[in-house]
Write a protein that binds this ligand. Structure first.
Ligand code: NAP
Length: 279
């Protein structure tokens, strides 16, 4: 058995350390390493992986969507999102899963004690990560998720994917964000605004003042550990958390797929978080 994370770039990935910590906590001697696979090289990689005993891999940029047509089976959640981050070889067949959305939901529960059921949420962004998180929030019973995006058509496209009708597209200007925030108990940032190396910043954080008491803020970004959004939320006394916990929890759920058995999830998350905090 051998596990990998593939992508381009991928050598900076935290996944090997995260999975090594969990495998070690389980007493399993299973190697997990990073392999650079460029766009267009997936068919060749899948052949190589079979020949070299790779029984599972995590897919990151630019393969999360490109790998879909090459798989033998796709989990319904991954099909809904239109991307996979976890691929397992099961009885000779490549099976794809997406653990990003469920990982975010688990992080909200464990880090902010937030259960999305019945909540109204302001979700910022409509890219790949936003899609996974928005659909997971709807699936977890969120009453309404405002998908606020700079490019409104992209928010509309995302919301149209949800058959439950719980997702509502909205704009990204100050007024739109304030209106959505007024009704929301949770803000989730799924844009790249505030990420190290990403130009641009929120024009205003005034929308945080419109949140009702007890609202919380989650930022998918974890580099830097404290984005300006999180700093602004904390300054207003709002519970706030960065995306390292989502990274941890999507990894825990991926490992359950790789090993094809349930794990002690909190114990795995603790082992993974300890390893990441040492990096
Ligand atoms: P993506 O598909 O490229 O989407 C980027 C999103 O950010 C889009 O909604 C885009 O809006 C918005 N955006 C970018 N620049 C903007 C600006 N100047 N003003 C307003 N909006 C802007 O990226 P992604 O894969 O979804 O990733 C988004 C973020 O989530 C990244 O920071 C990534 O590191 C993080 N992430 C974290 C985890 C984790 O485990 N914690 C997992 C996945 C992703 P437009 O549609 O208008 O361009």
């Amino acid at each position: 058995m051998r596990l990998q994370v593939i992508g381009d770039p991928v050598l900076h990935s935290k996944s090997p350390a995260l999975h090594a910590a969990m495998l070690s906590a389980l007493g399993l001697d299973i190697p997990y390493d990073a392999r650079t696979v460029r766009r267009g090289e997936l068919p060749e990689y899948l052949r190589w992986a079979r020949e070299h005993g790779v029984t599972g891999f995590n897919a990151t940029m630019p393969h999360k969507e490109d790998v879909l047509p090459l798989l033998d089976e796709i989990d319904p959640a991954a099909k809904a999102v239109g991307s996979v981050n976890t691929v397992c070889l099961r009885r000779g067949r490549w099976v794809g899963f997406s653990t990003d959305g469920a990982g975010a939901a688990a992080a909200l529960k464990h880090e902010l004690s937030v259960d999305p059921a019945g909540l109204t949420v302001t979700l910022l962004g409509a890219g790949g990560a936003a899609k996974a998180v928005a659909l997971a929030l709807a699936d977890a019973g969120a009453e309404r998720v405002y998908v606020c995006n700079r490019t409104l058509s992209r928010a509309e496209g995302l919301c149209a994917l949800d058959p439950s009708g719980r997702l509502t597209p909205a704009g990204f200007d100050g007024d739109a964000l304030r209106r959505c925030a007024q009704a929301s108990r949770l803000v989730v940032n799924c844009t790249s605004l505030g990420m190290a190396g990403c130009p641009g910043q929120f024009e205003t954080f005034d929308f945080l003042d419109a949140l009702p008491d007890g609202a919380a803020v989650y930022d998918l970004i974890y580099h830097p550990a404290e984005t300006e959004l999180l700093a602004q939320a904390r300054r207003r006394g709002l519970p706030a958390c960065n995306g390292l916990s989502m990274l941890v929890w999507q990894g825990v759920l991926a490992l359950e797929h790789f090993l094809d058995r349930p794990l002690d999830r909190p114990a795995m998350a603790a082992a993974a978080a300890a390893a990441l905090n040492q990096m």
